[in-house]
Design a protein around this ligand. Structure first.
Ligand code: UDP
Ligand code: MG
Length: 315
């Protein structure tokens, strides 16, 4: 039977919390008024996650197993899962560590019935993260919304419900550099925030070390904004104007005040270092855009599914 709702869960080395996750999802499905399928996406885990997924999906038909050929990263695992959704009404996206309570589906589904296409979770409390992640993430959302033409609601993640219509649009977007919460904001439709308390990880540890987080945050800015490149132009204009003013001042000093140009080695050195820095940063900013063109131009698939288990059968 075709399910009404799909739940997509990307999993990367999540064996420690797997059973707790399945218990919570089973309880939700048993009591939910609509039919649900759960799509687990194994993102190239190195632990027993794929084995656990096999056992489950082969015995319980409510579970789909999607196995990627290697670790592609959270956003690509999510993209793969979204491409396998069969739910006729919509899809809920959650993390596999139970930081996003699956039970929020009740509220999401109520919104859906009221005509809201996209409901997204907004974290009111973050029990999970240390001060560093909290501070950096709150600054990220501020900077992102300053820079970008599409502002991503503060403290929202990928945890959301999307109607079939919204999902179809998202699935049609072929961009290589993926920042799904931004793409979700970009597509429009009727959207509504739903507050929730973000829990601690049920088990295991974060799969987003600082380096990955930084790269992810850069996508949030560069994928949705031309402001950084414009900034280079304005900076260049500003520097030119300042240098012209300085030229005027020097000539004035020489011809009217008959004062020779003061020679200052440290001043010169300072200017050279400053503008070398500015030029390197500018090159880097342009490079960010060029890189995105480079990866997009290759037109490689965003993910590779090596195996699937659908309706209890291996494909
Ligand atoms: N994840 C994934 N591939 C990766 C990294 C993470 O599929 O390369 C999954 C992970 O298993 C989890 C979700 O993405 O279900 C969010 O990751 P995590 O909880 O580590 O991120 P955090 O909550 O710490 O930001
Ligand atoms: Mg997490």
């Amino acid at each position: 039977m075709t399910p009404q709702i799909s739940i997509v869960v990307p999993l990367y080395n999540e064996e420690a919390g797997f059973n707790t996750l399945v218990n919570r999802l089973n309880a939700l499905m048993d009591s939910f008024p609509a039919s649900i399928e759960v799509i687990f996406v194994n993102d190239g885990s190195k632990d027993s996650t794929p084995k656990l997924m096999h056992q489950l999906a082969l015995t319980d038909k409510r579970y789909q197993g999607v196995f990627l050929s290697r670790n592609f990263g959270h956003q690509y695992a999510l993209t793969a899962g979204l491409s396998c959704v069969r739910g006729t009404e919509g899809v809920m996206v959650i993390d596999g560590d139970l930081q996003d309570p699956p039970e929020l589906l009740t509220q999401y589904y109520k919104n859906y019935k009221d005509g809201i296409d996209i409901s997204y979770g907004v974290r009111t409390m973050r029990a999970d993260e240390g001060w560093f992640k909290r501070v950096t993430s709150s600054y990220f959302y501020k900077v992102q919304s300053k820079f970008s033409n599409i502002s991503i609601p503060s403290n929202s993640g990928d945890f959301c419900f999307m109607s079939r219509a919204a999902l179809d649009v998202l699935n049609m977007m072929p961009e290589e550099s993926r920042f799904i919460r931004g793409m979700r904001a970009w597509i429009g439709f009727k959207q509504m925030p739903v507050p929730f308390d973000r829990q601690e990880r049920a088990a295991g540890e974060t799969k987003y070390p600082f380096k990955k987080m930084l790269k992810f945050a850069m996508n949030g800015i560069f994928n949705f904004s031309e402001t950084p490149i414009r900034m280079i132009t304005y900076l260049g204009l500003g520097a030119t104007i300042i240098s012209l003013l300085y030229l005027g001042y020097t000539l004035y000093k020489k011809f009217y005040l008959h004062d020779a140009v003061s020679s200052g080695f440290s001043g010169l050195l300072f200017a050279i270092i400053l503008f070398s820095g500015v030029q390197l940063i500018s090159l880097g900013i342009i490079g960010e855009y060029v890189l995105r063109i480079f990866f997009q131009a290759k037109q490689r698939p965003l993910f590779i599914i090596s195996q699937r288990i659908v309706d209890g059968e291996l494909k």
